[in-house]
Design a protein around this ligand. Structure first.
Ligand SMILES: [Fe+2]
Length: 236
């Protein structure tokens, strides 16, 4: 076959292939997409618009943090607890039980769902700059001043190795700063979580890159819902 004839043959064959009817396919039920588990745990709505924390936390960070990271913990947890005793427990009960059971996947996903539920409610666009009432009294008694408390919290956040949280907690009649790793939180040490700052990189990297403590300081100075923080105090 000459070069030209070979080329014509190839083009003709290609055209025939393009117009050929597809081979019949046996009728079959379409493959069902795996259904999202309709488990007992539902992510609460974000208490503000995703853009309202800017410029302290940008809209893109909030969108991904709430819509992907936090949402993912519920998806994982609902899958993990299916047909287990965990399915009828509260998040708090699961955290304690899974810790005792050394079930790290359930513990981490329940812990992160719970930690973030607190986190979003503790933030407020244009939040008051200072706490009041009993909370202010306890901060002054425990740290000397609000500025000193914030300073210690910022410094402590810088010492979290890898992913974790920095908390203001109530321990009896005193307040203290506590770091936790991964999905852990104050519940497992019997302390009351008053304020939690997420220091996983997903919480700040788009806005602050590696400057974690700048992020924590900006959050503490500008967008804390001190009314919610104060409402979490327990009678000592
Ligand atoms: Fe987070």
């Amino acid at each position: 076959m000459s070069k030209i004839n070979r080329r014509n043959f190839i083009l003709t064959a290609a055209a025939a292939a393009a117009t050929a009817k597809p081979a019949p396919v046996l009728a079959q039920a379409p493959a069902a997409a795996p259904a999202a588990p309709q488990g007992p745990f539902k992510q609460p709505p974000l208490p503000f618009h995703e853009s309202q924390l800017a410029p302290v936390i940008g809209a893109r960070t909030v969108t991904l943090h709430y819509g992907k990271h936090h949402a993912g913990y519920y998806t994982n947890l609902n899958t993990l607890v299916q047909n287990t005793p965990y399915a009828s427990m509260s998040l708090e009960q699961i955290i304690v039980a899974a810790k005792n059971d050394s079930d790290r996947r359930v513990f981490n996903n329940a812990g992160q769902a719970w930690n973030h539920e607190l986190y979003w409610t503790m933030l407020k666009p244009g939040g008051a700059k200072t706490p009041g009432g009993k909370l202010a009294e306890m901060i002054n008694a425990s740290f000397g001043s609000l500025d000193e408390m914030k300073k210690q919290m910022v410094t402590s956040s810088g010492t979290v190795f890898g992913s974790g949280w920095t908390w203001l907690v109530q321990d009896g009649n005193k307040l203290a700063i506590l770091n936790t790793a991964g999905g852990d939180g104050p519940l497992t040490s019997g302390k009351t979580a008053l304020l939690g700052i997420d220091v996983w990189e997903h919480a700040y990297y788009l806005d602050y890159e590696n400057r974690r403590t700048d992020h924590v300081k900006a959050v503490l100075d500008n967008i804390i819902n001190w009314d919610v923080v104060g409402s979490r105090l327990k009678a000592a």
